[in-house]
Ligand binder design. Structure first.
Ligand SMILES: O=C(O)CCC(=O)C(=O)O
Ligand SMILES: [Fe+2]
Length: 362
């Protein structure tokens, strides 16, 4: 499938048709750019706004400094400081926080033969599909038709059972994230088909030590990670050699690219912090966007299960200054309220033979 250029995301107003005399030279560009219609797809809980052309231009035309290279045993990182200037990154943060649907996923696992509900301690959302399928492009009005998922080899509609393990239909990457993906691909020389977004509402939101080394990403996946908003510490440790550690504060507008053996050999995390940064334009919040390439079909089910799930949809409420419930999902309400009611309890808690734990404790 051919890639869209950044300029193709601009919608131009047709030239004025009135008979008034033109002030500009007839060969001059007289068309004005306007924000294109939102991206609409049956799998989205609401239309997703497109980036205003002024912001798109700022993102696309920035001349960035050469990235810093960090190399350690089994670790290779390219660190762009910054990837976007801070004022542009601030506008992007505010735009994405209010435009994207977010989820506070809970999922069930069996632990010591006990049914366990695990709470994800941050808001998440995901878009994209693995390399075996692709979305036929949206029309100029931002709308996708119903049959949008096609087989990469045959270009036919994919069989319905292919994504039966997904908690929702695979979602095409909306324009506002597709633009970022294109810029990151251009600057890193990599290609991606998934965009995962984390929103850490404050310093008590986190991601536990893990590595993104799932087989469905291939043997040595490159993962690019963009940070917007509050600076948070990114901690890394080698899986075997406990003496090897790394701490990188990730700030607004920075892009960290992890390569080669890094996922196979190292773990990474964003730990909770006790002191909550409040006030200022971030009010302690942070958005992280990771760009990944899923090569196997299993990737799609896994990413939708852990980043969308089947629970509540949240949206940013500008007046309240927090995420509010936008839509109740498929998950049964009792299960959700039980998971939510243990929010204030530190550590594990036994409730009627169901253990409710935060992700850090597994
Ligand atoms: O928020 C971050 O910087 C890291 C996120 C992460 O590791 C992940 O989503 O897998
Ligand atoms: Fe990760």
């Amino acid at each position: 499938m051919s890639k869209r250029s950044i300029s193709s995301f601009f919608t131009k107003l047709p030239p004025p048709t009135s008979k008034k005399p033109r002030l500009s030279h007839p060969h001059e560009e007289s068309q004005e750019t306007v924000t294109a219609p939102p991206t609409i797809h049956p799998s989205y809980p609401h239309p997703i706004s497109t980036l205003p052309p002024s912001l798109l231009t700022l993102l696309d035309t920035y001349t960035r400094p050469a990235p810093r290279s960090i190399k350690k045993t089994d670790l290779e990182i390219t660190f762009h400081q910054p990837f976007f200037p801070s004022s542009t990154a601030k506008s992007l943060y505010q735009f994405l926080r209010s435009s994207l649907p977010f989820y506070r996923v809970t999922y069930n696992i069996k632990r010591d033969n006990l049914e366990t509900i695990v709470k994800t301690p941050r808001y998440t959302t995901v878009f994209g599909v693995d390399a075996h399928s692709y979305f036929s492009p949206a029309a100029n009005d931002g709308k996708y038709d119903n049959i949008t998922l096609l087989d990469t080899k045959t270009h036919r509609t994919i069989p319905s059972e292919r994504y039966k393990t997904c908690t929702c239909r695979p979602r095409p990457i909306p324009q506002c994230l597709e633009v970022l993906k294109n810029i990151v691909e251009r600057e890193t020389g990599e290609s991606f088909n998934f965009v995962l977004v984390n929103y850490y509402a404050d310093c008590s939101d986190s991601i536990a030590y893990h590595s993104d080394d799932e087989a469905f990403l291939g043997p040595n996946p490159t993962i690019a990670s963009l940070s917007l908003g509050t600076t948070r510490d990114f901690l890394m440790k080698h899986k075997e050699d406990k003496s090897l550690t790394l701490k990188l504060p990730l700030s607004n507008g920075e892009l960290l690219v992890m390569k080669r053996a890094t996922q196979r050999k190292w773990l990474h995390s964003i730990p909770k912090r006790s002191s909550t940064v409040t006030g200022g334009w971030t009010n302690g919040g942070r958005i992280n966007i990771t760009f990944r390439k899923g090569v196997e079909i299993a990737c799609t089910g896994n990413y939708y299960r852990y980043n969308v799930g089947d629970g509540l949809v949240y949206r940013w409420d500008e007046e309240k200054g927090e995420m509010v419930i936008y839509e109740v999902g498929k998950k049964n309400d009792e299960e959700i309220s039980m998971a939510a009611s243990s929010n204030s309890v530190a550590g594990d808690e036994r409730q009627d033979e169901v253990l409710v734990v935060s992700e850090e404790s597994i």
